[in-house]
Design a protein around this ligand. Structure first.
Ligand code: NG1
Length: 517
């Protein structure tokens, strides 16, 4: 009853234009902006119903007329998949837009809700993501849309305001969120469900563009609270005393964080770097690949997916040992994502990360194609089985990690999802292996191109004699390893050393640096 009177009263404030027949076209309604208020109001209602009809998935509404002239406007509705509204709902959209009176509108809604068995009283409310382009009419149309959304009791609007690349944002964020939900819905017993506790993820925005995006993402995630520090809003400077490179190279806590955030009382930080991310993902993928093949010995339904991990010489030696002990194939390339990426693409599943955190997971087309087919097969014959879940998880990972929005955000979410899957704390994760103490030094030289390396930068071939000298120094330290290479981004020679103790690593790095100077 409350719902009925709410709909009647709010819709009477948005009467449809006289003598205009609106129709749902190729990409929703599009017309002269002056006649669209009632339409967008009604599409707000429709989107809220659509959300309820898709287990409270987020539905997107974009107020735009794309390439049309500025006096036009329009409304597009995006389904949970990120694609257009399901075609089955188009006639309903059409009818709603053209209902002459509030009573007609209410009747249409009542009939449709009944026909589609939409539950108006659900635990999770309808959620709508709303955006518009820069057209001047956008502001009032956005407002009318909000009124439509909130005329469905409990419905929530996430207003993104002016969005420049709607498809990108929409697809990226919707996809990310849906995939995280998909992965966390599949968490086994022993894992941590998204809704358990009020865990908070504190993220360093490095005073860059990521902070703003993270705040947006935060609004869309259930069960995970993202607390963004250094969002750039308080005038902080990009990467100054903040950011991944600062934290990794200096081994210091970024500004804006205190001991409470990192769970430590002293300033020595426990760094979970790109190597640890790689290890976490490798364990997870390996586990899924083996579940997938359980019981599928016959040739058609099993696929020996070739899994490979790619690192650079900067990977901590302890991580390489650990990965090899897990039985994984580990290969090395020179520094730079372009080399790692190319190598990882040779595998069915190739995971690559630089120690500083650049990296992702690549899936081959042929494996993905097989996986999609296998998942279909499994969901027909053994829905809910371990194999089916493993296939679904791998498919979700393949979509989550390859987003155009950049791997930092999706990587962060995948880490969170995998930790929950495993039921691991950040400390448990960090304890997978202990990093060997290491040291990096930059040495300014007259001509860095004089240093030429081979074997994925682990050997110096030019100038002659240096490699022998490095070998002689390295031999003095238990678990010693050291290499030099010209930086590709700064005018320096980088020296890396690792040894069983921090003193050893420091001293090895210093003596190798002396060889370079
Ligand atoms: P150079 O300057 O070539 O070492 C640095 C990083 C790379 C990569 C690139 C591009 C180290 C040791 N090197 O390359 O991993 O991130 O910048 O951003 O961190």
């Amino acid at each position: 009853e409350e719902q009925r009177s709410l709909l009647l009263s709010s819709s009477s404030r948005f009467p449809p234009p006289q003598g205009v027949r609106l129709s749902y076209g190729t990409s929703g309604f599009r017309a002269d902006a002056a006649v669209l208020e009632s339409t967008v109001y009604r599409m707000g209602i429709l989107a809220a119903l659509r959300s309820l009809n898709t287990e409270s998935s987020v539905i997107g509404i974009m107020i735009t007329a794309s390439h049309n002239k500025v006096s036009d406007n329009g409304v597009k509705i995006a389904d949970p998949s990120g694609g257009m509204l399901s075609q089955e709902w188009e006639p309903f959209a059409d009818a709603l837009a053209n209902a002459p009176t509030p009573q007609h509108l209410l009747q249409l809604i009542t009939e449709f809700v009944e026909k589609e068995s939409i539950l108006l009283e659900t635990v999770r409310p309808a959620e709508i993501l709303l955006g518009r382009d820069t057209r001047p009419s956008g502001e009032s149309l956005l407002e009318a849309t909000k009124q439509g959304i909130s005329s469905i009791l409990g419905a929530v609007t996430i207003d993104m305001g002016i969005v420049t690349t709607p498809q990108l944002h929409w697809m990226a964020f919707t996809q990310l969120m849906l995939l995280v939900r998909c992965l966390t819905d599949l968490i086994p017993s022993g894992g941590r469900k998204m809704s358990e506790g009020d865990e908070k993820l504190v993220v360093d925005g490095a005073n860059g563009v990521g902070g703003e995006k993270l705040e947006l993402l935060n609004k869309m995630l259930d069960g995970l609270l993202i607390d963004v520090r250094n969002s750039g809003k308080d005038g902080g400077i990009l990467n100054e005393g903040v950011g991944a490179d600062y934290v990794q190279k200096e081994k210091l806590v970024p500004q804006g964080f205190d001991s409470q955030d990192i769970g430590l009382s002293c300033s020595k930080i426990e760094l979970v770097d790109g190597d640890k991310i790689l290890s976490l993902f490798a364990i997870f993928i390996k586990e899924q690949l083996s579940s997938l093949n359980e019981g599928g010995e016959n040739t058609i339904s099993s696929y020996q997916a070739h899994l490979g991990v790619v690192q650079t010489a900067y990977a901590n030696g302890a991580s390489t040992d650990y990965l090899k002990k897990l039985g994984l194939e580990v290969v090395f390339t020179p520094t730079g994502v372009k080399y790692l990426h190319e190598k990882a693409a040779e595998y069915d599943v190739g995971i690559y990360f630089e120690a500083n955190g650049h990296g992702t997971i690549l899936f081959s087309e042929s494996f993905l194609l097989w996986l999609q087919g296998r998942h279909k097969e499994l969901s027909a014959v053994s829905k809910g089985s371990e194999q089916e879940k493993a296939a679904l998880r791998l498919l979700a990972v393949s979509k989550l990690i390859n987003q155009a929005v950049g791997d930092a955000l999706s990587g962060l979410l995948l880490v969170e999802a995998v930790l929950r899957h495993m039921g691991w704390s950040i400390h448990r994760w960090s304890d997978l292996y202990q990093d060997l103490p290491s040291r990096q030094i930059k040495v300014k030289v007259v001509d860095r191109t004089a240093v030429v390396t081979a074997n994925a930068e682990t050997m110096v071939v030019q100038p002659p004699g240096i490699q022998e000298a490095i070998n002689a120094e390295t031999a003095k330290y238990p678990q010693g390893r050291s290499f030099i290479r010209p930086s590709g981004t700064e005018d320096v020679i980088r020296v890396y050393a690792e040894a069983s103790t921090q003193e050893g690593a420091d001293s090895l790095a210093n003596s190798v640096a002396t060889l370079v100077r």
